[in-house]
Design a protein around this ligand. Structure first.
Ligand code: PGA
Length: 252
């Protein structure tokens, strides 16, 4: 059986002090959970402080982005070694906000995913269709390309997580229905199966987009939904812990 994961993407929120307080709340609230992973992705400035707060607990650290070069004259960028040094286990790669506002391409996402793996970091690769693409009926076409391009040239799936995040559901309060999510998750698993074979049954596929403690129960009941990448609801301790609690309840 696959394990589950709940990852909190804090985006551009929280000062160092606020980040430490929230991380402490998550660490205490998630103590003793079994069968899954809780991950926090604070902004760069708070990575190390959050790491110091959660070190030795079950909560793991993620960065929200990475650069695909090792070092040098890349003003404003952060390297894989720097993220390792700050305590990261995971890195969110190719979030739709980065694709939209910072012009990230599928090729760039692929380069970043490869760089993560080389450095011993685990990429959480985000894919998702826009509202127009869904209305036009090209969701699978779009997602298929994103998945194949992101994984191009990667020979082992072991340390990869995929997050399906429909763009129209992010921050809108309009989440995909459990069935809509399941259809795309199953499609992604099949695409991965065509590329890698049976091992596709092991890859963790998270759903993201307006996940709350109220809707996670039904989403996680779907066969191919293995957890959640949570934005807004990860900024409040009660809602984030509620999501974790509802997942662990369902696993019993
Ligand atoms: P949301 O964001 O939960 O606020 O919709 C999800 C994400 O962007 O990862």
């Amino acid at each position: 059986m696959r394990t589950w994961m709940v990852a909190g993407n804090w985006k551009m929120n929280n000062t160092i002090r606020e980040a430490i307080d929230l991380a402490k709340g998550v660490k205490d609230g998630a103590a003793g959970i079994k069968g899954g992973e809780v991950v926090l992705a604070p902004p760069y400035t708070a990575l190390q402080s959050v790491y110091e707060t959660i070190k030795g607990s079950q909560v793991l650290l993620a960065a929200q982005n990475i650069y695909f070069e090792d070092k040098g004259a890349y003003t404003g960028e952060v390297s894989p070694a720097m993220l390792k040094d700050a305590g990261c286990t995971y890195v969110i790669v190719g979030h739709s906000e980065r694709r939209k506002y910072f012009y990230e391409t599928d090729e760039g996402v692929n380069a970043k995913a490869k760089k993560c793996l080389q450095a011993g970091l685990k990429p959480i690769i985000c894919v998702g269709e826009t509202e127009v693409e869904r209305e036009k009926g090209v969701t699978e076409f779009v997602i298929g390309i994103q998945v194949k391009k992101a994984l191009h040239g990667i020979d082992k799936l072991d340390n990869i997580v995929i997050a399906y995040e429909p763009v129209w559901a992010i921050g809108t309060g309009k989440n995909a229905t459990p069935m809509e999510a399941e259809e795309v998750h199953r499609f992604i698993r099949n695409v991965v199966g065509d590329m890698y074979g049976e091992i596709c049954k092991k890859i963790m596929i998270l759903y993201g987009g307006s996940v709350t403690s109220e809707n996670i129960g039904e989403l996680i009941s779907m066969e191919d939904v293995d957890g959640a990448l949570v934005g807004g609801a990860s900024l409040k301790i009660d809602s984030f812990l509620g999501i974790i609690r509802n997942i662990t309840e369902k696993q019993k």
